[in-house]
Write a protein of this length. Structure first.
Length: 209
């Protein structure tokens, strides 16, 4: 394909229990594909076929209902309310499931959910009420992951999930990806470091022009 050629539709398949890697330079189109899958953008042509139904999510709320979750590349601006506590961030995407019979948030259930994910993801904190802004980059990213795992996704999209975190936290993210795949989730993974994509993925799609 030469520069200036029209680019056709992007086509790929991902299966339960698989980590599908996406490799390409910034601006190659990977983020745009992820945004379409999560309902942040509309496809110009083609469709998303999931569980036999051909319907691209019309919004992030629609995507969540269909079983998609997105870990964004910029956790501070797109993934977290940094002035809020771990508890409030972890429960943010599932508040509708934590409403009691009086129409109020069940604080016991909310605290239980946050505490469970702090333990599962090994978030270094002395309290689930600690503000996220006071956590390290790696622990902030774990809170983002907790928020989206709480929705019970079947397809988890990870857009550069280890950007700006230390080596130890990176290793934990790699291990978590492997564990989630073993549990049957389908993962879409990209990283600004090609070595990470090579190391984590079962298959890799290369985006060019």
């Amino acid at each position: 394909m030469q520069a200036g050629d029209r680019v056709g539709p992007v086509g790929f398949t991902v299966r339960a229990g698989e980590i599908l890697g996406f490799a390409g330079l910034e601006g190659s189109g990977i983020t745009e594909v992820f945004n379409v899958l999560f309902g942040l953008a509309r496809p110009t042509q083609g469709n998303v076929i999931y569980k036999g139904l051909a319907a691209a999510p019309r919004s992030p709320f629609d995507a969540i209902r269909q079983g998609f979750a997105l870990i964004p590349a910029n956790r501070r601006d797109e993934g977290l309310m940094t002035r809020w506590s771990i508890r409030r961030n972890a429960s943010l995407a599932v508040l509708d499931r934590l409403i009691d019979r009086l129409g109020l948030i069940d604080r016991v259930a909310e605290r239980g959910l946050a505490s469970d994910y702090v333990k599962k993801l090994n978030v270094a904190t002395d309290s689930i009420d600690k503000r996220v802004v006071n956590l390290s980059g790696g622990n902030q990213q774990k809170v983002v992951v907790a928020k989206w795992l709480a929705t019970g996704p079947e397809i988890l999209i990870l857009n550069d999930p280890t950007r700006g975190i230390d080596v130890g936290a990176k290793s934990e993210i790699y291990a978590l990806c492997d564990e989630l795949a073993r549990q049957g989730l389908a993962l879409l993974f990209t990283s600004s470091e090609i070595e990470e994509t090579l190391g984590v993925s079962d298959r890799i799609l290369v985006f060019h022009k």
